[in-house]
Design a protein around this ligand. Structure first.
Ligand code: ADP
Length: 646
């Protein structure tokens, strides 16, 4: 729950909007009660054919008469008590009842006397015109109520949607900021589910809190307050079912929370299966695994369906449970109230319900008030379920947002000379999982301007070595330094700003070729982009496209061949003009002739740059000054010529 409270605290930062929404809600609630209370004068006036002024005067007269009668009776009772005749206990009881009823009459007298001048001033004296006025009031106040309701709903929706957007932005930022290990733990599917479904759940919860959790109880309170004014005892009697319903709601809350949590877990699995099948669609089709994937997806959706039905059931159950309370209130009030009115009694089972016997219009307004309270009670069930869903959403989102990245940005980053002189591994050991050692006590240095080829068997640790230079991970032991400054003390932005990287799995955006190359340096001119493309021997094939550099490459560049994609990625790296160029099998898919040409371009481009190339190709080795042999975590460095001779 405390995560959801955090979301509420975040929402409260937009307090001016929420305050406005709250005031609108208060207006809605009071108009809700006022509309029902307006029935009273309608009934009173139509039944008696008199104006409100007459009615008020009559009420004053009746109250005065009752007070005078009470005075007389009180005098006689006191006399009886003083003389000691009759049952002293009964006389005392009658005296107490009389005092109560007298107090009520005095209140009515005072209220009616105060109301009198207002009625004279503002309301017509003709009964039918009065009815029209009251009808007009009901229509106008209903209209106003809906304007306020709309405003309040929009304000709350604005706040909730902004919070949900805010959370989405935070999840997105988090996905980009966490270290790779953390990212892989949740995966693209996990982050996607959080950005879409879970944020939505939280937004729904917040809308429920600020929308319904304020308006509906306010409406209930407005109506119950009206009912209390008529008879607090009778109102309390009508609320006898409330504790039982409250207990049921607590039970239901727990169930809904558990089911919502289940839905969330299943939805993560669902996103996972979906993304995997779509991302690997070629493999699925090539290996005719469509049926298998279909079954996997069907099984996920079947699970979702089952759990969704359970969720739907509990959601639907909330309605009847709360409605039992509403109907229970109304039924009790009708039964008890009708008995009191028909028998003109003030007590039931010896408990005083009203000071005076109730009138028909009085009990009608009382019924109206309870019916008015029962509708928001019913709606409150939706609010309660909404809050539960929000609680589950918050419980999934906030821990993710709180996950710290293991890559700490230094509080006081140290500057690096430009260009650097040396990258050095000092007794570096590394393990991804804390069990298998991928790099074992590596000490090696790469000077500025050096062209280093990294070779070795698959899984030997070549990519890991490069990942440590880019600081995608920190070493488990030892340190990587640039000119003696540990990478952990350099701002990540500064470090990565000096590196251009081309990986084996070329990553392209579903945009134009121009956009994809420019990704290397956003302020590059078109001439610079074309120049970089020429160096990467990409210009020729780009120029052949009808739309040239404006050609859209499709999702992940699927409209291009593997070799074309690699050349665009190379052009991007050339354009970046960084002092460290990292090529992880960057030309593996490029034909031999183009590769030779690229190497020529590379030879001229890489002068005055440090180049780290992971390769299996002998042709690439020709470019290298030295060779790092990485095998089972051990790294040895040799000059290229010596390596070639060996
Ligand atoms: P190479 O590039 O030489 O083929 P890598 O550096 O990619 O090898 O991998 C070295 C070892 O680390 C391999 O055994 C691989 O299974 C493991 N490994 C690579 N990446 C991860 C990762 N993200 N989590 C866990 N283990 C990994």
């Amino acid at each position: 729950m405390h995560y959801f409270l955090r979301a509420i605290r975040d929402a409260i930062k937009s307090w001016p909007l929420l305050l406005a929404a709250f005031l609108c809600s208060a207006g809605v609630a009071s108009l809700w009660g006022a509309n029902i209370a307006a029935l009273f004068p309608i009934i009173e006036v139509t039944l008696n054919g008199e104006s409100l002024q007459d009615w008020n005067t009559r009420r004053i007269d009746q109250a005065r008469e009752r007070i005078a009668a009470a005075d007389r009776e009180e005098e006689s009772l006191r006399g009886r008590l003083a003389s000691g005749t009759g049952d002293a206990k009964a006389a005392q009881h009658a005296l107490d009842t009389l005092t109560l009823s007298r107090r009520a009459d005095e209140a009515v007298l005072s209220a009616s006397q105060q109301l009198g001048p207002w009625l004279d001033r503002f309301l017509p004296t003709d009964p039918f015109t009065t009815v029209l006025w009251v009808v007009g009031f009901v229509v106008a106040s209903t209209f106003l109520k809906h304007v306020l309701l709309l405003t309040s709903t929009m304000l709350v929706a604005w706040v909730a949607m902004n919070i949900s957007r805010d959370i989405r932005l935070k999840v997105f930022d988090k996905a980009l900021a966490v270290d790779r290990q953390q990212f892989m733990r949740h995966g693209s599917a996990g982050f996607m589910a959080q950005v879409t479904g879970t944020s939505e759940m939280l937004a729904n919860g917040l809308t429920a809190v600020f929308g319904g959790a304020v308006t509906e109880p306010l409406k209930i309170m407005a109506c119950l307050a009206g009912a209390f004014c008529i008879s607090w005892q009778l109102t309390l009697a009508c609320l006898t079912l409330a504790p039982a319903v409250g207990f049921m709601m607590v039970w239901l809350n727990r169930r809904i929370r558990r089911v919502s949590k289940n839905i969330l877990t299943r939805s993560l699995g669902f996103h996972h299966v979906l993304l995997e099948a779509f991302n690997n669609v070629l493999t699925v089709q090539a290996y005719t695994m469509e049926d298998f994937e279909r079954e996997r997806f069907r099984s996920c959706t079947r699970d979702m369906l089952k759990i969704g039905m359970r969720h739907g059931f509990y959601f639907a159950l909330a309605n009847p449970i709360t409605e039992v309370l509403g109907i229970g209130m109304v039924a009790t009030s009708i039964a008890v109230g009708a008995w009191l009115v028909i028998n003109q009694q003030t007590e039931i089972f010896g408990i005083t319900m009203t000071e005076r016997p109730m009138t028909v219009p009085g009990i009608m307004v009382f019924f109206g008030m309870l019916i008015g309270a029962s509708d928001p009670v019913r709606k409150l069930s939706g609010v309660i379920t909404g809050v539960n869903v929000g609680v589950v959403g918050a419980q999934a989102l906030y821990p993710l947002l709180d996950t710290p990245s293991t890559l700490h940005e230094p509080a006081d980053p140290r500057p690096l000379p430009r260009p650097h002189r040396e990258i050095r591994f000092e007794h570096v050991s590394f393990s991804y999982d804390g069990i298998d050692t991928v790099l074992d006590d590596v000490s090696v240095s790469i000077g500025f301007g050096e062209r280093v080829a990294i070779v070795g068997p698959n899984g030997g640790g070549k990519s890991t070595l490069v990942n440590l230079v880019c600081r995608f991970y920190d070493p488990t032991k030892g340190r990587v330094t640039i000119d003696g400054v540990p990478l952990t003390e350099v701002a990540l932005r500064d470090l990565r700003g000096r590196i251009a990287m081309v990986t084996q799995q070329t990553e392209l955006f579903n945009e134009s070729i121009l956009y994809n190359i420019r990704y290397g340096r956003w302020d590059a001119t078109e001439e610079e982009i074309i120049e970089a493309a020429r160096k990467a021997h990409a210009h020729e094939f780009i120029a052949d496209f009808p739309e040239g550099y404006r050609t859209m490459v499709g999702p992940n560049g699927f409209r291009l061949s593997g070799g074309q994609r690699q050349r665009i990625a190379l052009a991007r790296a050339f354009l970046r003009d960084a002092e460290i160029l990292v090529l992880d099998e960057a030309t593996s898919q490029i034909d031999a002739e183009s590769e030779r040409l690229i190497h020529e371009a590379l030879a001229s481009h890489v002068s005055n740059r440090t180049v780290i190339m992971i390769t299996h190709r002998a042709s690439t080795l020709e470019l290298a000054d030295s060779i790092l042999h990485v095998d089972h975590g051990k790294v040895t460095k040799r000059p290229a010529r010596q390596a070639a001779a060996a």
